[in-house]
Design a protein around this ligand. Structure first.
Ligand SMILES: [Zn+2]
Length: 277
């Protein structure tokens, strides 16, 4: 009896452990206000970073949007905006519509300042290897085309590569793996730069982020400790700078870094190692 009780206690503890990682929540929620001969569609962004949303009709009978669909807008952090006012075109005719909304991270009006040279996101004098570079076949395609994976071991200090304001933080996840289940279950820090692009740092250890949303950071400031949470096959730091195209896509920027032993900024190459000056 005692043994069985202990087994049940163990099972309960295991279940508690498994339940400790939260389910991801969509950053964007919508609200509709009916106006009799039309409907206003609002989008709310629960995160601190800019989100870009696109509305598209999936059914459209005697209605138009103002602005017209497909309609793309950036929703600033923690704000609700009026996306579009859908209205009945011919007042005597029946009207109906359905729509879908799509969201992506970033601001769709931001353009990267290519004169910016980035700092390696680890301590001066330390050396790290690039385990996946631009266009890396494993996962650096599409939205993440110009992402870089630095081979940081778990619990290595991660430093800001460029100054900005912390736009959003996630550090509640404890697990990772190379299954799509983990794609949106990642501990990360997003920093908004002065050109409104976002620098995203991924895979921090559980509870391993040391900055708060809204905090201004300088390059070289500690922002957390690397790990392997989210879509990841082993400990590393994924870093990517991007802005949104629309609710479906964003695009990343090919950025250059200052490294020890070179007076000119360099594009980091997969398989090579670089020392932070
Ligand atoms: Zn990566």
């Amino acid at each position: 009896m005692f043994v069985r009780a202990r087994i049940w206690l163990l099972v309960a503890l295991l279940l508690l452990g498994m339940a400790s990682d939260p389910d991801p929540v969509d950053p964007i929620t919508f609200r509709q206000v009916d106006r009799g001969n039309g409907t206003d569609i609002y989008m709310f962004n629960r995160l601190g970073c800019d989100m870009t949303v696109t509305l598209e009709f999936t059914q459209q009978l005697n209605v138009e949007g103002n602005p017209p669909f497909p309609c793309t807008k950036t929703v600033p952090g923690h704000q609700e905006i009026l996306m579009s006012r859908v209205y009945q075109v011919n007042t005597n005719d029946a009207w109906r519509f359905r729509y879908m909304y799509y969201w992506n991270y970033g601001n769709h009006e931001a353009r990267h300042d290519d004169s910016v040279i980035y700092s390696l996101p680890y301590a001066a004098g330390t050396t790290q290897r690039i385990i996946q570079g631009f266009h890396g076949a494993f996962s650096h395609t599409g939205d993440d085309e110009y992402a870089i994976d630095f081979g940081l071991q778990s619990n290595t200090p991660v430093l800001a590569a460029r100054e900005g304001v912390v736009a959003s933080v996630e550090e509640r996840y404890s697990k990772g793996g190379a299954q799509s289940y983990f794609r949106n279950r990642v501990n990360c820090v997003r920093i908004r730069h002065s050109d409104n692009t976002i620098g995203e740092y991924d895979h921090f250890v559980y509870d391993g982020v040391t900055v708060e949303e809204g905090q201004r950071v300088n390059r070289g400031d500690l922002i957390g400790y690397s790990g392997s949470t989210g879509f990841s096959s082993g400990p590393h730091l994924h870093f990517c700078v991007y802005s949104a195209d629309d609710g479906h896509h964003r695009h990343s920027y090919p950025i250059r870094f200052q490294v020890a032993g070179s007076s000119n900024p360099v594009e980091l190459v997969q398989g090579s190692s670089y020392t932070a000056p």
